[in-house]
Design a protein around this ligand. Structure first.
Ligand SMILES: Cc1ncc(COP(=O)(O)O)c(C=O)c1O
Length: 372
């Protein structure tokens, strides 16, 4: 895409000079840059998906279930495994949690409205805000990447947001947000005006602590956003979902495109949910590998941000070239990690044990050659 062509188009002013979101998709032996699950789906699940999709294919002359009732019921059952009962009426699904977030901002954001997140965090929150003409404000974090409740509450008071994003575990830092902080921010926002608080839990299955789901009780404007892209190893499926008060589910239906979730997507997601136990087994392996990466990097003398996700942020690269030079060093050795633009830091996704070994070998070389 060339800028001069874009410039010739009558773009909305806020999109002028902007680039599309996207991590580099480079063909290297060890790709640890997009927080994917490194394990392909197991064969019995692949066979079940084929079976379910074959059944769905017979009805592809018809539009899919617009309300995705069977899928929402299965997602509610999955969420309820964590101990807090969730009903299908509280669940909504879309093409990735990015679409869930977009629908939320279409309903609760928009022109004249403002959303805030505490950065560094998932940059798509701000980009989707821009795409929906919602003003975006970057709220503060401490130097250790945790949220300072007092400073965050002050930012809420200054900006009086309509939508608040709390990402836990946070991307790219891996930092979980404790319940007390979420409650404090939720309550402070509501004290100013009715505010939708979105807890983005894309990585929560990898967390040392549990989900924020129980906080839904008595908080009708709290929304928990989840995805099958990470723990379920199904990033290619594009299935995200939310849990909230049924009124919020009714609200997003005001903006969702009719039949947004294809029959093939619904069939595939249902098949994956049938194999939840196997897939969560992989999550346990990934958590152990994540903890191994943290231990090894710490042992090598890196500053490692405690991680509750399937990735680890590490640094500090304050030598010549900073994080970009370190990123390049690893890439030259066949290991692709992510430079999220957090000064002096890189982020590595947890891969298979062999991929993690390759990363750790490369990083040992880096440590020897550069002072990190
Ligand atoms: C915090 C966070 N939320 C949401 C998403 C989007 O996930 P999905 O694949 O469900 O659109 C990501 C993806 O990286 C993420 O890091």
């Amino acid at each position: 895409m060339t800028t001069h062509r874009l410039d010739a188009l009558p773009l909305r002013p806020e999109l002028r000079g902007k680039s599309p979101y996207g991590a580099p998709q480079l063909d290297v032996p060890v790709r640890l840059n997009t927080n994917e699950n490194p394990y392909p789906l197991p064969e019995p699940l692949v066979a079940r998906i084929a079976e379910r999709v074959r059944e769905a294919a017979r009805d592809l002359n018809r539009y899919p279930d617009r309300d995705a009732v069977e899928l929402r019921t299965a997602l509610a059952a999955y969420l309820s495994r964590e101990g807090y009962e969730v009903t299908a009426a509280q669940v909504w699904a879309a093409n990735g949690s990015n679409e869930v977030i977009q629908q939320l901002l279409q309903v609760f954001g928009g022109p004249g409205r403002l959303a805030i997140g505490f950065e560094p965090s998932y940059s798509m929150h701000g980009l989707i805000a821009r795409g929906t003409s919602t003003e975006w404000v970057s709220g503060p974090r401490r130097a250790d990447f945790t949220i300072d409740t007092e400073a965050a509450v002050a930012a809420l008071a200054t900006h009086r947001p309509d939508v608040v994003f709390i990402t836990s575990p946070n991307n790219p830092t891996g930092t979980a947000v404790d319940r007390e902080t979420v409650i404090a921010l939720h309550d402070a926002a509501q004290a100013l005006k009715p505010t939708v608080v979105v807890a983005d839990e894309a990585y929560v299955e990898f967390s040392h602590t549990g989900s924020l789901l129980p906080l839904l009780e008595g908080r009708p404007l709290l929304v928990i956003s989840r995805t099958m892209s990470k723990a379920f190893g199904a990033a290619g499926l594009r299935l995200g979902y939310l849990a909230a008060d049924p009124a919020v589910v009714d609200a997003v239906q005001l903006v969702r495109l009719p039949y947004h979730l294809s029959a093939v997507t619904q069939a595939t997601a249902l098949a994956a949910l049938e194999h939840t136990d196997t897939l969560l087994g992989y999550v346990e392996q990934l958590k152990a590998e994540r903890d191994r990466i943290v231990t090894e990097l710490t042992g090598l003398g890196f500053e490692v941000t405690p991680s509750d996700a399937n990735f680890v942020q590490f640094g500090v690269f304050d030598g010549p070239g900073g994080a970009q030079a370190a990123w390049r060093y690893l890439l030259d050795r066949g290991v692709l990690v992510r430079d999220n633009g957090v000064p002096g830091r890189l982020r590595v996704s947890t891969g298979t044990p062999a991929e993690n070994d390759a990363f750790l070998d490369a990083v040992r070389g880096l440590k020897k050659e550069h002072s990190a």
